[in-house]
Design a protein around this ligand. Sequence first.
Ligand SMILES: *Cc1c(COP(=O)(O)O)cnc(C)c1O
Length: 353
Amino acid sequence: MILLNPGPVSLSDGVRRALLGPDLCHREAEFFDLQDGVREALLAVYGLPPAYAAVLLGGSGTAAVEAMITSLVPAGGRLLVAANGIYGERLAAIAAIHRIPCRVLEHDWTAGIDLEGLERALAAEAFTHLAVVHHETTTGRLNPLAAIGALARRHGAYLLVDAVSSFGAEELDFDGWHIAAAAAAANKCLHGVPGASFVVVRRDALEIQALRRSLYLDLETYCRRQDGRDTPYTPPVQVLYALAQALRELAEAGGWPARHARYDHLAGQVRRGLGALGIPPLLAADRSVVLGAYTLPAIGYEALHDGLKRQGFVIYAGQGGLARRLFRIAVMGAVGDADIHRLLTAVEALIES
Ligand SMILES: *Cc1c(COP(=O)(O)O)cnc(C)c1O
């Protein structure tokens, strides 16, 4: 089955084999070698110096996002969230559940972030932290982190980024864009398996945290223990074997710029092919290379999904109110040109039958 949903992804043979690594107790030196290696390789993806730490967690991407928000916004802190999709709204939902003082700049899900509105909000009130989604997977939109980061810097706010569906395939200029922390997961653009996630955090942003809102998702605890070749709880050992292999494969293939180029090529193939079939993309600009949202053809989602699944492809529905208008295709994972070619042939047969 070729997975064209935004993670979990179709695995490479190497990553699949890595899951069968030796039995390993997580309190033995061999595990800490594995943990150290994965943490270093995650920083190396964006060439980050030791002023940053990659902190590993068990759990899906949402665990890392929740750990980032709840561990980094201190008591007395104030959070501003700019939301233009499901995942932006999830940032605000996390703040609400933990009673973190939060203002949400809501946007239509098909709209870009209103940078002037963001600037006004930052000027009107003192916010310690600003949280945004980098690649809003709801629509495939890449939010303008460089401009958002410049605003955060000017107004003295730490920038917290949900980079779950961009880390490893889109540019992330941590220093230049004033990123204090970015949360992501093993099973999207890094091509690992689900079960591990992480936060890449500037150590000075971690140190200011004084209030513990969660026992299990406390980032400072994980960071301190992992720095000391230790772990507070049982980590997903086999998932980390797979992530270590996936990170080796990423580096060997040329790192994030090469993966970006690869996705860009595949996504262009999808976009041109669907366009030729009269299926336009939702966005004309500001698109990620990772995932595209497309207008549903007249046959509707179920017929399209089920027909493609019979041919060995899993596509993804639109979320929430967009479910009746859109479908989505991600190009992450072990997907090749020939797969996309077969996909387009299958779509053509379905919409013309
Ligand atoms: C996938 C994703 C998440 C995490 O979702 P999980 O279901 O926890 O894996 C968070 N943010 C974005 C932008 C995502 O694409």
